[in-house]
Design a protein around this ligand. Sequence first.
Ligand code: GAR
Length: 212
Amino acid sequence: MKNIVILISGRGSNMEAIVKACAAEGWPARIAAVISNRPEAGGLAFAQSHGIATAVVDHKPFGKGDAARAAFDAELQRVIDGFAPDLVVLAGFMRILTPGFTGHYAGRMLNIHPSLLPAFTGLHTHQRAIEAGCRVAGATVHFVTAELDHGPIVAQAVVPVLDGDDESALAARVLSHEHRMYPSAVRWFVEGRLVIDGARVRHRDGESQMFG
Ligand code: GAR
């Protein structure tokens, strides 16, 4: 049985999709904890109501600057490791992570980003895709490395950008695909089906890693 720790900062709808799929599909895994950097994160209540351990490591008391960031990451790592994770899942976890932290979880930390990486790293991805005139947009699940929104790509979901789309319409279309893709990607990891091969991630059984 693999231990999964999920990190959130807000609503936690991807976390919810993963929790539900893990239970419904009988993965060889359990959600050991849901951890937030924001005490007010909406997703914490869902986790608690499903009997999942929760923790808050609030970034605010650590202050600003490089030393504060490193101290926060060290404390977060201590709390995460208390749950003995085989996999750490970033699900709307809105923090830039230090190389020490990403190195500690190398090969066992996944992130979902709401764009077709390597396009549109960072914030406001949907607005930027619309402004750039993109005809497709999407989301990417990738292993986390030291560089923000980089790392070997596990799966991508592609959706059309429709005439008249605003940021929220496009975000909703992408999110519905995130909710199918992220649980699949996490399941592949806990079932040992993913092989990291340089910049590529292969699925051992050749399953399609494209959604949409
Ligand atoms: C998701 O769309 C996710 O891709 C994005 O935040 C949203 C979280 O929603 N993540 C990032 O922007 C990370 N840079 P959720 O809290 O409902 O899962």
